[in-house]
Design a protein around this ligand. Sequence first.
Ligand SMILES: N[C@@H](CCC(=O)N[C@@H](CS)C(=O)NCC(=O)O)C(=O)O
Length: 245
Amino acid sequence: MLSRTATWTLLRDSQLGIDFTTVNFYDGQGFMVPKDSGIKSALDLKGAKVCVSTGTTTELNLADFSRTNDLNISPVTFEDKNVRNQTYVKGGCDAMTNDKSGLASNKAAFANPDDHIILPETISKEPLAPAVRHGDNQWADIVKWTVHVLVSAEENGVTSANVDDMRANSKNPSVRRMLGAEGNLHEGLGLNKDWAYNIIKQVGNYGEIYEKYMGGGKLGIGIPRAGSQNALWTKGGLMYSPPFR
Ligand SMILES: N[C@@H](CCC(=O)N[C@@H](CS)C(=O)NCC(=O)O)C(=O)O
């Protein structure tokens, strides 16, 4: 399985021998600049040198964005993201571009994060999704439904803290089927009936994971979820699980 910051695109899905499963984070590409540059908008990047990882959608989108807006941007490309970050911090580029979640995490790791700002524009769609080997359908189902469990658990108020109680006492038929308290949903996946219970018990639901790693806490990179595409569908977002039946 590939589960990283890989964007689901047609070419990758059809030409690399991999299949994308389901989106677990809706991202989009942005730009970071040194605060003292005075740059306030991506449209101010005329003639700029922009640090970018090679072989990425980021590199392709940068070229499209430059062409569409007549900006004549010079990409400075890197194989290694650490070298890219160091070059940007040392002033080797006027800006750096990456998925916005990537920028937030890159910035958080800088010695002086407050010296940099992320510009407001989002120039692309970057649906990040775990991918599996093309043709391995059972494994694809398992990976897909693992993501769906996280979302469905959140939607139904099942958390790592209450999952034992929910499995024993919930009256919600969908929750009971998901947690293996009734029915045989696990059989087609080739897993045991505790599979979904184990996921939630060990890592929590989507909201718990989001809060821990993407939220405002100690480990988090501070990307607000409310009002974003990563909110639950019941709260205006795109996070939606098919039914557990
Ligand atoms: N979402 C883009 C970018 C992916 C990306 O940059 N992934 C690698 C670098 S090649 C990574 O480690 N990203 C985190 C980072 O750059 O900090 C894509 O799928 O092409």
